[in-house]
Ligand binder design. Structure first.
Ligand SMILES: C[S@@+](CC[C@H](N)C(=O)[O-])C[C@H]1O[C@@H](n2cnc3c(N)ncnc32)[C@H](O)[C@@H]1O
Length: 205
């Protein structure tokens, strides 16, 4: 945390661009609440020419992600990842509109009680910002195992149907994890408990 985090942290102020973070323009991916960072690290390993920004306020998660970045599966350091230990929306709002190729929201905290629904990341404000930051043709991936959250998310995304196309032609598309979508720790835990997991891919118009 002391040595590596300052080197890979998103700057505290100013615009957040690929050029500023990585020295050159490249496709940018943004993960909200990466947990322990295994999905982010696996995606960064798959796409070494792309830049990844991960945000997570949970300190132990950031420490685990740093370990993945420092040495991914014994393959050495990942140079294409930057982190923010804190609220993802603070960084998202500093990204220029249309700059992101991918946004990931995987197993967000469910806040299952109706009176806490406003705290869910999947709400009109954050989804509107995600839409603004994605480029046309960019992709928003959302996964959950929580039935209450699922229903809420579908209603929110229905309200944003002029901004996103749900890439789903049959049930297989949301019942099975798509290729290029590494499993997260939380997802593995949910499956271990016998939960169904649902996968959503939305294309920005
Ligand atoms: C249930 S965990 C899922 C973690 C990981 N995505 C996974 O699938 O294993 C939800 C995570 O979202 C993080 N989180 C909650 N609010 C956040 C916010 N405003 N910005 C970034 N991360 C947030 C939490 O700290 C937590 O680690």
């Amino acid at each position: 945390m002391e040595e590596l985090l300052p080197k890979v942290s998103v700057p505290d102020e100013g615009p957040v661009t690929a050029k500023r973070l990585f020295g050159l323009d490249k496709p940018l991916h943004f993960e909200i609440g990466f947990g322990s960072g295994e999905h982010m690290a696996a995606r960064a390993d798959m796409l070494p020419d792309h830049g990844f920004i991960g945000c997570e306020p949970y300190e132990n998660g950031v420490a685990a992600a740093l370990a993945h970045i420092d040495d991914f599966n014994g393959l050495g350091p990942l140079g294409n990842v930057r982190l923010h230990m804190g609220n993802a929306l603070e960084v998202l709002e500093r990204i220029p509109d249309g700059a992101l190729s991918f946004v990931y929201l995987l197993h967000p905290d469910p806040w299952p009680k109706a009176r806490h629904a406003k705290r869910r990341m999947m709400n009109d404000g954050p989804v509107h910002m995600i839409a603004a930051k994605l480029k046309p043709g960019g992709e928003f991936r959302f996964g959950t195992d929580h039935p209450v959250y699922l229903r809420h998310a579908l209603m929110v995304m229905q309200r944003h149907r002029d901004q996103f196309m749900w890439m789903c032609n049959d049930a297989d598309h949301f019942l099975n994890r798509p290729g290029g979508w590494p499993e997260t720790r939380y997802e593995a835990k949910a499956r271990g408990q016998g939960h169904e997991v649902w996968y959503f891919r939305y294309r920005r118009y």
